[in-house]
Structures are given as C-alpha cells and as structure tokens.
Design a protein around this ligand. Structure first.
Ligand SMILES: [Zn+2]
Length: 242
C-alpha cells in the first residue's frame, strides 16, 4: 500500500515499443499492483465472456502473443489533484498517440466519492439529473419505460399468428437457410440427435416404417400389374376405377 493521500499516474505500454504509452490511468496502489489487476480483469472478462474495454482487448492480444504489458510511472500526485492530473496526462498522450486506448477523458475513478461516475451497465459517463439521480444517458432514456405488452408471451403469440397467416413463407426461409448453412444445419441436426436420442430413434423408426409400407405396397402392385401386362400406374388407375 502506498502512502496515504498519494496517487500515481501510470502508463501501460507494449514492451516491443516501450516509448509509446497505450493506456493512461491513476492508482492509489503501486503501479505493479495496478498492472496485475489489469491482467486479472482482462482474463476474467474473457473467461466469463463479459464485455471488454479497448484496453482489455489490447492486453489480451498481447498475452496471446506471449507478451506481458509493461507499466511505467508518469507522475505522482495527491488525492486532491489526481483528477486534473490524470486528465492532463490523457490529453497529452492522446495528442502524442492517436491510438490511445482510454475511453474517457479521465478523472472519473470510482473512489471520487460515494457516487459512481461511470454507468456499470452501459459504460457511459453518468450525469446528475434535476431529480437528483446519477444516470448515464441510456439509463436516463430507459427510465420508467414499460414493456408494450402486459402479457410477456404476446409478442411470441403475434409472431405465431403471422406465421399462420403466411403459409409457406417460413418454409421458404428455412429452405434458403438450409441451402446457405448446409454444414451448420447438419451439425445442428446431429447435435440434436445426440441430445434427444430416444426421440430421434422414434422419428427415424416412423420414417422407416412409412417408407417400408410404401415400398411393400408398390411391390405388390407391380407383381399384379406384370401379370396383367400393365404398368403400376395403369394398374392403380384400373383399381381406382373399379
Ligand atoms: Zn446506463
């Protein structure tokens, strides 16, 4: 733990190009600790398939290449001046490096006060509304918004109704989809078969028996038709007429 009241402004860089700072940030801990938090966070987000920040994408890319990003101290400030200081360093480095990965202009760290200044859900800067709430613009827009249908299945029901009213259309879409994603659909079917083995077997048995019945009937008709010197179609037409 660093001295109380002391803050560090750091820069992350690629060891292959150590002069170029890619991310600027601020920490009250040591910069080594901050770096390990970056590495953990990035890998954790990948493991949980969470949304990643540009800096985390960059870190993961480096880690995949077998490189550990470097960290270096840019300045030391106090907990009164770190916000302006961080902002200043971000501005400076954005001018030097147009590909700087910082998303915000800085000075929004969580420990500013009891209020979080960045929305956790949308990753946007939150503003103080006249109502006294701190919200990002997306949260503010969605505030008080109700779902249109009271019945949660209503939308699904409407969809089914549309399908009923447009016979053949879904089949057309399905055919197009199978044509386009043939390999995928085969994979899907085989996975489905593995998962629902009993159901799959029952379906296959039904198809087999249906076809078996058909072919037996055809064989029977063919036998009788040959006896009379007719084709199967002619024989069946004769049967139908009689
Ligand atoms: Zn939000």
């Amino acid at each position: 733990m660093a001295e109380i009241g002391r803050r560090f402004i750091y820069g992350l860089y690629d060891p292959r190009n150590p002069k170029l700072v890619m991310v600027v940030g601020e920490t009250s801990r040591t910069i080594e600790q901050r770096l390990s938090v970056y590495l953990c966070q990035a890998q954790r987000k990948r493991r949980l398939d969470r949304r990643k920040m540009p800096s985390e994408f960059w870190i993961l890319k480096l880690l995949d290449a077998g490189i550990r990003p470097g960290i270096r101290l840019l300045a030391t400030t106090s907990d009164k001046h770190w916000q302006t200081s961080e902002r200043r360093f971000i501005t400076i480095w954005r001018r030097k490096n147009p590909t700087l990965l910082n998303k915000h202009r800085g000075g929004n760290g969580r420990d500013v006060g009891p209020v979080k200044l960045i929305c956790d859900k949308h990753n946007r800067r939150r503003v103080l509304l006249p109502s006294g709430q701190w919200l990002c613009h997306i949260c503010a827009r969605n505030r008080g918004r109700k779902t249109y249908y009271k019945n949660p299945k209503a939308s699904h029901d409407r969809h089914r109704k549309w399908i009923r009213e447009h016979p053949g259309y879904t089949a057309k879409i399905a055919r197009r989809w199978y044509k386009k994603h043939r390999r995928k659909s085969i994979e899907y079917a085989s996975n489905w078969a593995k998962m629902n083995r009993r159901q799959f077997n029952a379906t296959m048995r039904r198809i087999y028996h249906k076809n078996l019945e058909k072919s037996r009937a055809y064989g029977r008709d063919k036998y009788h038709a040959h006896k009379l010197g007719l084709t199967v179609v002619q024989f069946r037409a004769q049967l139908a007429a009689a």
